[in-house]
Write a protein that binds this ligand. Structure first.
Ligand code: SF4
Length: 232
C-alpha cells in the first residue's frame, strides 16, 4: 500500500472509538477545495518530500497499540483507488480492529464487495456537489450516477454511516437542497470551507458561507435529513 501518513490517535474521527488514521496516497478527484494536495497523486506526494510508511511498520504499530486503539480510519486521497485495499482491510480486521472507511463514492463495485464481506464498521462518504457543479468542483469526468449508486449502496448497507460535504463557496442553498433529496433520512455533516491551502489557487480567496446563513438552511433541511455543521 502507499501509506502517506499515520495519525496515531483520534477521538473524533471514528464515532465512539479510539482510533488511528491511515492516509493512502492517490485520488481520482482533484477537488478545488482539497487541502491535502500531496495525497491526491503519487507525483505530488513525491514532490512534497514526505516519506511513505511501509506496510510492515504500520502493522507493527497496530500490534503495539492493541490495548489502546479500537479501530482504524482509512482515508486518503481516495482509498478505493488503491488496488490492495480489500486485503489491507482484511489484515487490519484479523488483528481485531474495527475499520472506518472514508470515500468519495467513486467506486461502488469496491463498496459492494466490502459490504458483502462485512469488512467495515463505519463508512463516511463525501458528497461533493449536485450534478450541475459536480464535474467542475471535483475536476473529474466520473459520472455523477456513480456517486448516486454509492449513496444508495451505503444507505442500504446496514453499516453505520454518514455523508459529508465541504461548503465550498460555489455551492449555494439551491445546491444543498438538491443534494439533500438524495440523502433523506441519513446523517449529513457539513464542513466549513477553508481556502488557505486549497488545491485550486483561484479558490483560495473565496469567502465561506456565513454561519447565520448555514444555520438557516440547516433549519429548513432538518425535517428531510439529519444535517448539522461539524463543530457547531
Ligand atoms: S476526494 Fe477531493 S478532497 Fe478528498 S483527497 Fe481527493 S481531491 Fe482531495
Amino acid at each position: 500500500m502507499f501509506i502517506g501518513g499515520l495519525q496515531k490517535t483520534t477521538l473524533t474521527d471514528f464515532p465512539g472509538k479510539v482510533a488511528c488514521i491511515v492516509f493512502l496516497v492517490n485520488c481520482n478527484f482533484k477537488c478545488k477545495f482539497c487541502y491535502n494536495k500531496e495525497l491526491t497523486s503519487h507525483k505530488f506526494f513525491k514532490k512534497s518530500k514526505r516519506v511513505l510508511i511501509e506496510d510492515k511498520a504500520f502493522f507493527a504499530f497496530l500490534d503495539s497499540k492493541k490495548k489502546m486503539l479500537d479501530g482504524v480510519v482509512i482515508t486518503g486521497g481516495e482509498p478505493t483507488v488503491s488496488p490492495g485495499l480489500i486485503n489491507f482491510i482484511k489484515k487490519i480486521k484479523e488483528k481485531g480492529f474495527k475499520v472506518k472507511l472514508d470515500t468519495n463514492g467513486t467506486n461502488p463495485l469496491i463498496l459492494k464487495k466490502i459490504f458483502s464481506e462485512n469488512l467495515v464498521d463505519y463508512v463516511a462518504m463525501d458528497f461533493k456537489a449536485p450534478v450541475g457543479k459536480f464535474h467542475e468542483i471535483t475536476q473529474s469526468k466520473i459520472p455523477f450516477e456513480t456517486i448516486i449508486e454509492s449513496v444508495s449502496l451505503i444507505k442500504a448497507s446496514g453499516v453505520p454511516h454518514e455523508f459529508r460535504t465541504t461548503l465550498y463557496p460555489k455551492l449555494d442553498k439551491k445546491d444543498l437542497v438538491e443534494m439533500a433529496a438524495f440523502l433523506k433520512g441519513s446523517k449529513w455533516f457539513w464542513q466549513l470551507f477553508e481556502g488557505k491551502n486549497a488545491l485550486d489557487p483561484k479558490s483560495r480567496k473565496l469567502k465561506s458561507m456565513k454561519r447565520s446563513e448555514i444555520r438557516e438552511i440547516i433549519k429548513e433541511l432538518k425535517p428531510i435529513v439529519d444535517v448539522s455543521l461539524r463543530g457547531d
